[in-house]
Design a binder for this molecule. Sequence first.
Ligand SMILES: N[C@@H](CCC(=O)N[C@@H](CS)C(=O)NCC(=O)O)C(=O)O
Length: 223
Amino acid sequence: MITVHHLNNSRSQRILWLLEELGLPYEIRKYQRDPKTMLAPPELRAVHPLGKSPVIQDGDTVVAESGAIIDYLVGKHGAAALAPAPGTPERLHYTYFLHYAEGSAMPPLLLKLVFDRVASSPAPFFVRPIARAIADKVKSTFVQPQIRQHLAFLEGELGKRTWFAGDAFSAADIQMSFPLEAAAARGGLDKQYPNLVAFLDKIHARPAYRRALERGGQYDFVK
Ligand SMILES: N[C@@H](CCC(=O)N[C@@H](CS)C(=O)NCC(=O)O)C(=O)O
């Protein structure tokens, strides 16, 4: 039995969704973020030294890092259903987006989160305006332009194909869901990007996605 170490409001929602798409049995061990720091509880470090989610256990095998988990699960249980055939152009798109989601799309979105927090976190009154001014400057000159560049790129990609890898849904779409949901929540993804909005609507309507939400519990990106 596969165990998913699942943190509320986190990337591990993608793994639950993947397992639902694959129709595999799995169990969930739930962890709650510290409401102040948003960090995972220390128990998660007993499973993997970084203490981040997702992590899965499959017998004696422990796999961390969303892309690696997806690669492992699809390779073992769902290559035909959720990955394009090796050697095809679709497979190259698939591999690209499996890496791109965490390697390129998430960093500016994470910076946005961090600088939003800097601007709103408690500080002595004389520091507050300075902290806010620096955060605003970094966001307007670096972070938001980067996010816009990524969204424009992705909007264009989904103008060429139905899904990220090709005309069939794949695990690359599952991996891409989190940066796009994060961008919709805090990065300016709105109706200026109709292909991306349509992508989010389509994935949110998938029965496996809905089942994963029910099993995973709190996930504030989607009500
Ligand atoms: N690139 C990693 C990121 C893992 C990660 O940062 N997970 C977040 C949840 S979305 C986490 O565990 N945060 C809590 C913490 O850092 O303590 C992946 O995709 O698995």
